[in-house]
Design a protein around this ligand. Structure first.
Ligand SMILES: [Zn+2]
Length: 197
């Protein structure tokens, strides 16, 4: 295919998508889009009247963001209600929980970035620590290998649960969803959904 035919193919692909899928791809899966593809997606989003914010979300995944703009998204996340307890009394942050559960030859290792208020983050860290300490070891060999690693991760991430500023886990969380945060920065309800997942 020559480049013109390629672009025609790209255009048809986006034209065939449902609104829902077009929004999802633009806000979560647009990293690495060429400028030509971005123009095609932008035109399709505009044609359907899906909102300029969706185009902003796509662009945010394809350009370096200034430190100030990125901090603003982090602060926006911090100002939301805690997805675990609903409180807005304390600014939110994030933690990494690592949980190991073993059943002799089967070892499950779950890592999760969780956004919540400091109290709920501590609860999540403690639960992961306790579960892993009690149930992690009983697997051969992975229980024995993964349990100390997970315990260390939980101890380490717990240390920044009560940081006064945006911690690195919340930065990582926002960075991985920068298109969504940019697209929905004026939509609190949608942001609440994003941090609850
Ligand atoms: Zn909470």
């Amino acid at each position: 295919m020559n480049p013109q035919e390629d672009l025609q193919f790209v255009k048809q692909t986006y034209e065939r998508m449902s609104d829902e899928e077009l929004v999802r791809i633009s806000t979560t899966d647009a990293q690495g889009f060429t400028p030509e593809t971005q123009e095609i997606v932008k035109a399709e989003v505009q044609k359907r009247g899906l909102g300029a914010n969706i185009v902003d979300g796509m662009k945010a995944q394809n350009k370096p963001m200034s430190a100030d703009d990125f901090d603003a998204l982090g602060n926006l996340a911090r100002g939301l209600d805690c997805p675990a307890c609903g409180s807005s009394a304390q600014p939110l942050n994030a933690t990494l929980t690592a949980e190991v559960q073993s059943y002799i030859f089967l070892t499950r290792y779950n890592k999760k970035l969780k956004v919540a208020c400091p109290d709920c983050l501590d609860k999540a860290s403690n639960k992961a620590l306790l579960t892993t300490a009690l149930l992690g070891w009983w697997g051969i060999p992975w229980g024995l290998i993964r349990t100390p690693v997970a315990l260390y991760r939980n101890f380490k991430s717990k240390q920044s649960n009560r940081l006064e500023e945006t911690n690195n886990y919340l930065r990582a969380f926002v960075l991985a969803r920068v298109g969504l945060f940019e697209a929905y920065k004026h939509n609190k309800e949608k942001l609440q959904q994003i941090i609850s997942k």
